[in-house]
Design a protein around this ligand. Sequence first.
Ligand SMILES: Nc1nc2c(ncn2[C@@H]2O[C@H](COP(=O)(O)OP(=O)(O)OP(=O)(O)O)[C@@H](O)[C@H]2O)c(=O)[nH]1
Ligand SMILES: [Zn+2]
Length: 292
Amino acid sequence: MKGKIIKGIAGFYYVHTSKDCVYECKAKGIFRNKKIKPLVGDNVIIEILEDNEKLGNIIEILERKNDLIRPLVANVDQVLIVFSIKDPDPNLNLLDHFIVAMEQKGLDITICFNKMDLINEKEKQDIIDIYQQVGYNVITTSTLEEDGLEHIKKILKDKTTVLAGPSGVGKSSILNALQDTVQMEIGEISQKIKRGKHTTRHAELIAFDETSYLVDTPGFSSIHINELEPEDLKHYYIEFLDYQDQCKFNSCVHINEPQCGVKKGLENKAISQRRYNSYLLLHQELKDKRRW
Ligand SMILES: Nc1nc2c(ncn2[C@@H]2O[C@H](COP(=O)(O)OP(=O)(O)OP(=O)(O)O)[C@@H](O)[C@H]2O)c(=O)[nH]1
Ligand SMILES: [Zn+2]
């Protein structure tokens, strides 16, 4: 039977299979020999030992699409980057920083502006426009007024999703609001899990249905851009890609070079000055880092 590991504790793996069943499984020795450790998020094949007790063995780990380090989860498809529209005001340089980090990991990105109840309808629409113009899916929510949650659920459908965003923007509130809507045998699982006491906090998946999962820890509240050379940053500002073939030089980083397509895009306002400024800032940061 096929399933997905949604939780791992002390050598036990909890595998979510079709019809919302969760089996408590051990991994057979073969993985240890191959030096593969099952991860939360892994798609696996299990053999059932005891159907009444929902006990099984993991006999195969299916090929991983990717594995993230923080949180430690396999096969994440997308990220929902949460920023608040107010309290705290969105720091757009930081948002772009998040976007670059997630683009680098190859995750699909949706941007969620939360706390929409704190502003008037038209206020700050320009911020939303900037990111829609880039081509990102932007949604707006208020967990306080339970607004936009249906929209989030639609985005979660058939994907494994992780939340990211700075502190205080409402990631936990979104998780809680969504979790309230999940009807699963949570009780049964937590009974089993309570047997042992564990202090370390591992990532878990919340199953919405057989193919939709959300990582339960608001994973990235700080960001690391891994080993990125300043001249490679341009690849992660995806709106530049449409203009770079108009650059005279292939190696153009769109700063001081003559005949730059991205600069032309800026002039005719197809590329946002706001985004370009954050590009310059981050480019300089990466250069400074290299000097260390
Ligand atoms: N007005 C308003 N306040 C909200 C909304 N969502 C969350 N808050 C409040 O914002 C504060 C921070 O919310 P959290 O959900 O803890 O934010 P977080 O992103 O998980 O923060 P960290 O745990 O620090 O990463 C809390 O006081 C929430 O009650 C919202 O939609 N509107
Ligand atoms: Zn250029």
